[in-house]
Design a protein around this ligand. Structure first.
Ligand code: SAM
Length: 298
């Protein structure tokens, strides 16, 4: 480790800081602070942080993981929404000269601009113990806005980690699995029980690493259409694809067009979206794009 040795990550020091600042947990911000050094070591190792890396941490809390990140990385930017945590962060991170703290809602921060300005547009690593109430918008925001990111190593609800990794034919397979796998290769690094946090969350957690593809394994000609088709398929999971898609206003894909494309792909006209692989969804929408260009739909 390059910087000072972390002092947080155990219950005693965490309680001491919380008491000193009379900190009151805000449930609405999903505040569950890590109090287990083994889990912190595992996250840093899984994120593969080196002294050449610029790291963005979302939701630093009292700065526990930030200390570990700052000790290992070249630079860290920590984005925290809760104003009450900012003086605490300035205190717990005072010995780390390579940390910037931004007091803002991460969903309002232009992360692409941040990476451009602070890392000359080179890919950043995102590491976080995420607030669970906004896990999906945070991760999808990084991907859909094409923030230059090489990997995302995050603590999420275990059930969400399972969904990100799932493949067709499983109950966890859905829009999130496909969206994540379009942009990245996911793998679960560790399962983390509730007693590793203060306060304890009501659900199990998992650390998942998403290795962002430099080029998607399959390329959608129209990403917005791809994700609209995927969402429509899983909103009406039990419906066949032809029925599911034809009911979505503005999508412009009729039953007839769906059947024609499925036939061309060698798939049954009664197939459900939940049975399609990512490649099949991409092939389907790429064909739809071509048909919609040449054959105006009524
Ligand atoms: N990283 C700390 C740790 O591991 O102990 C805290 C993790 S806690 C699960 C989530 C953190 O995200 C909290 O500090 C919370 O205040 C912050 N947070 C919640 N919503 C946020 C948002 N929209 N933007 C930035 N930070 C947010």
């Amino acid at each position: 480790m390059a910087g000072p040795t972390p002092t947080l990550g155990n219950p005693r020091n965490t309680i001491e800081i919380l008491n000193r600042y009379r900190f009151v947990f805000q449930k609405k911000y999903g505040q569950n602070f890590l109090i287990d050094t083994h889990v912190l070591d595992k996250i840093i190792k899984a994120a593969d942080i080196t002294d050449r890396d610029y790291v963005v941490e979302i939701g630093p809390g009292i700065g526990t993981m930030t200390q570990y990140l700052a000790a290992a990385a070249a630079k860290v930017t920590a984005i925290e929404i809760d104003r009450a945590l900012i003086p605490i962060l300035h205190d717990t991170l005072r010995e780390y000269e390579n940390v910037d703290i931004i007091n803002e809602d991460v969903l309002k921060v232009d992360l692409k601009r941040l990476a451009d300005e602070k890392n000359d547009g080179r890919p950043v690593k995102v590491v976080a113990n995420l607030p669970y109430y906004i896990t999906t918008p945070i991760i999808m925001g990084l991907f859909e806005k094409h923030v230059p990111v090489s990997s995302v190593t995050v603590m999420v609800q275990k059930e969400v980690a399972d969904r990100m990794q799932a493949g067709p034919g499983t109950k966890d397979y859905g829009a999130l699995s496909l969206a994540v796998q379009y942009y990245a290769l996911p793998y679960v690094v560790a399962n983390v029980p509730p007693n590793c946090f203060m306060p304890r969350p009501g659900v199990g957690s998992a650390v998942i690493r998403l290795d962002v593809h430099e080029q998607p394994p399959v390329q959608a000609e129209d990403e917005a259409l791809l994700f609209a088709v995927i969402r429509a398929s899983f909103n009406q999971r039990r419906k066949t694809l032809q029925n599911g898609l034809s009911h979505v206003p503005g999508l412009g894909i009729s039953k007839e067009l769906t059947v024609r494309i499925l036939e061309e792909m060698g798939l049954s006209a009664s197939v459900r979206g939940e049975a399609l692989t990512l490649k099949q969804f991409v092939d389907f929408t790429n064909l739809a794009v071509r048909y919609l260009k040449t054959v105006p739909e009524s």
